[in-house]
Design a protein around this ligand. Sequence first.
Ligand code: GDP
Length: 535
Amino acid sequence: MTAAGQQSAVDVVGEAGRRRTFAVISHPDAGKSTLTEALALHARVISEAGAVHGKAGRRGVVSDWLAMEQARGISITSAALQFSYGDTVINMLDTPGHADFSEDTYRVLSAVDSAVMLLDAAKGLEPQTLKLFDVCRHRGIPVITFVNKWDRPGREALELCDELVERIGLQPMPLTWPVGEAGQFQGVRDCLDGTFVRYQRTAGGATAAAEERLTPDQAQAEIGADWARAAEEADLLAASGGEFDPARFIAANASPVLFGSAVLNFGVRHLLDVLVELAPRPVPRRDADGNSRALDAPFSAFVFKVQTGMDPSHRDQVAFARVCSGVFERGMVVTNATTGRPFATKYAHQVFGQQRSTLDTAYPGDVIGLVNATALRVGDTLYAGKPTVRYPGLPSFAPGFFSVARPAEVGRAKQFRKGIEQLGSEGVVQVLRSDRRGDAAPVLAAVGPMQFEVAVHRLDTEFGVPVNLESLPYTVARRLDDPVQRSIVDTGRRSEVLSRADGTDLALFTDQHALNVMLRLHPDLVVSSLVAGTD
Ligand code: GDP
């Protein structure tokens, strides 16, 4: 047990400076799980051995992580994976994809300091990556790009880089350039010193691929044409604005690019080194009034994700909070800024499994998991000591799924209204209304359909209201800036206008085509894209 008085002896700023807190943004199947595992295992090998060695590690699946955690001291939760790499503590936050893609996936990005955009070399930018990148851009999160699966036939490296510029206006700044086209991967040219890094395949997939450095002359002599081509292409890109500049990365308008293969562990060490050397460390966070709270101010954190157990017999609710300032010590009593009530954190450890020493204390950049946290909501601020602090509330994002909710039984209207209001205020789903539909039939809006499942389940189990959902055909939402133009869109045929509780009028369209037609017919119509709310 550490007394509060001892906190001042801890070098909070130094501890924060050792942290790198990031998330991977990608489309399903780009290799996020493979890369996550490769990063964690690679870091482990380096940290334990102090040098790369070829010890083969079995390529397990994510469910093996608990065993891995015990064997290797890696701490994993459903929200964050923490591991050391040399002196650095890496916090890798999960961005659930596939069927779990939801508003939570976006909210995770409010808790990171940087992101790794993972691209499949054969596919480039894909829809989910684009959506997540949009959120990063809106929040000014610096992005490192990792082009994965270079061991397989794919697109040209230059073409992939062009796509970043043309589709998302992101200047690529290659730190490595692949030698050998996709599928014929021999290694990379280190763009900063011009050397050749040759990767060696290790049987069964090693935890750390063997690497060998060759001078440019040696590479030219050994590799010949592929080397010359790589050098030419990399120089071409550098000459057209792709010269590496760390300031532009931190300003989030250019992205360091690395090429590799997560499954073969090629380029994984390089990515870890870039995270350590270039990725931003935690900085003082601005509160709702725009004031920054110093890293070494007393403890503060904000809740970015709340996970409610779907099993009604276990009303387990876990709140995940990112530490913004001070030291978190398990057992400390903190204040919830939203309610002003105290919150005891004695259960902070449980969620992290058996060996919890790492989570007895947490520093800025770390994620804490609080179980039995039924009083906590996404967006809540927790703090200790003075001054009090409240971080900006939860942002809302552009929804893509819409359903009308109605109670399945008559006579439950009051509970239904109460339940809907509660779920809306917790951010489980967005709740939209219009005069046309009336209060008895609110429209639930979500980023991913799983949010509807959670809402229906909670209305049933917590509020005793079974509900029926009728899905609406809309997929595209825009902000309607001028209420006078409501009647243009609110036709109820291929478009409609609904209002969100934060006062935003959402213009919904069946698809992009319907929106385009509307804009052609009404050139004066002003709609803007919705990304994140005023977070
Ligand atoms: P996620 O959906 O993004 O988490 O993707 P996974 O990590 O599950 O990977 C999807 C598929 O791509 C799996 O079959 C992986 O083995 C494969 N994969 C991942 N990384 C690579 C890579 O670097 N090269 C090749 N050839 N396959 C990969």
